[in-house]
Design a protein around this ligand. Structure first.
Ligand SMILES: *[C@@H]1O[C@H](CO)[C@@H](O)[C@H](O)[C@H]1NC(C)=O
Ligand SMILES: *[C@@H]1O[C@H](CO)[C@@H](O)[C@H](O)[C@H]1NC(C)=O
Ligand SMILES: [Cu+2]
Length: 345
């Protein structure tokens, strides 16, 4: 996610928003068997079909040349639990894009997912007291998303070893989301793509209901960067306000980022290093490689007591990773934390 872009895009996106043409995704392939629980179901849930214009050279028109992202095209959608599996417990989720004939649309054939955010409408009580340092209270529970750094692997709401019952609870039409879909079409011709959510789920509400928050290592201002060297920004200690389990911790960085580090010290000790992988845009693109993946920490649920303190560090290296179209401003250094509180909410 790029919050700086989100804010700047907000007005443009509203003006440019095209309502998705529902029901035109037809002919999607099978997503394959469930991976976390044998008794789970797995399905593609289409959210809409979007018409992308042919590639606009960054710097020539497009979305106004802001931050080198002039070739991005933005759409909005308003899915709810009813768009997905109804009243159900989502165990894993990943966004997939398809052409109308059912073949994948991806970076190899010129479609780059700049980001897709699925923001929950309605508040989610914070589980970390991060002061000005987080977005934990600023948004509802974020659902499955995609972007430079998180398109490659599923979002995990239940540990893959099957020993712990948790999930993202959807309550039909009452669980409402606002999706922001920002794509780049590197092809010289217009393309139509279908956006579908690949969900593994159990019917009904099962196990602990997770919370999902993005928490910043560097407040709202974002981490420090230098074009000359690698540089760290470390947070103040942030206290967990309730007990529970961390199901997943995964860094969120923009291009230029190397890694996110998290440490919890005290009775419950834990460290997580989430590292960025960079790849060149083979389907098009002009600049340096961009983040294609962030590693995550989800080998087992990690016990947390109220009062445990967490420290995060964001490491940026703009010298080695200047970014897709020659660098951006407004970087972020955050952890996505999927937390299963002991107390139901
Ligand atoms: C993109 O999709 C094509 C099939 O249309 C596939 O052959 C290719 O491996 C995919 N690339 C990536 C990066 O997933
Ligand atoms: C940033 O902090 C991490 C974790 O402490 C450390 O491994 C890394 O070397 C630091 N990087 C820089 C540039 O200081
Ligand atoms: Cu971001």
């Amino acid at each position: 996610m790029k919050v700086s872009n989100v804010i700047l895009f907000a007005t443009t996106a509203a003006a440019a928003a095209l309502e998705p043409r529902a029901g035109e995704c037809g002919k999607l392939p099978s997503p394959g068997p469930p991976t976390v629980r044998k008794n789970a179901q797995r399905k593609y849930f289409p959210v809409g079909t979007y018409n992308l214009k042919s590639h606009v050279d960054p710097g020539k028109g497009g979305m106004g040349g802001m931050m080198g992202e002039a070739d991005a095209q933005s759409f909005m959608a308003s899915p709810s639990g009813a768009t997905f599996c109804g009243t159900c417990t989502v165990l894993t989720g990943q966004i997939k894009l398809f052409y109308p004939d059912g073949t994948p649309a991806n970076i190899t054939n010129g479609i780059y997912t700049h980001h897709i955010l699925t923001n929950g409408i309605g508040s989610q009580p914070a589980f970390v007291s991060s002061g000005a340092g987080g977005f934990s209270g600023a948004m509802g529970a974020g659902f499955v998303g995609a972007g430079d750094d998180n398109g490659n692997r599923p979002w995990v709401y239940a540990p893959p070893d099957g020993t712990f019952d948790s999930g993202f609870h959807l309550s039909g039409a009452a669980s409402r989301f606002s999706s922001q879909i920002v794509l780049v079409n590197y092809n010289k011709v217009p393309k139509t793509v279908c956006v579908a959510y690949d969900l593994e789920y159990l019917p009904g509400l099962v196990g602990k209901k997770v919370k999902s928050s993005l928490i910043s290592a560097a407040g709202l201002m974002g981490p420090k960067t230098s074009s000359a060297r690698a540089i760290n920004t470390t947070s103040n200690p942030m206290k967990f306000t309730e007990s529970g389990y961390i199901v997943l911790a995964k860094g969120h960085l923009h291009d230029g980022g190397n890694a996110m580090y998290m440490t919890i010290n005290g009775k419950n000790k834990y460290t997580c290093v989430s590292k960025a992988t960079y790849e060149t845009h083979t389907g098009g693109g002009t600049g340096s490689p961009t983040i294609s993946d962030m590693s995550d920490c989800n080998s087992k649920p990690w016990k947390i007591d109220a009062g445990d303190e967490m420290v995060m560090t964001a490491e940026y290296d703009m010298k080695n990773h200047p970014g897709r179209n020659g660098g951006t401003t407004g970087v972020m250094g955050m952890f996505r934390i999927i937390f299963a509180p002991d107390k139901s909410w």
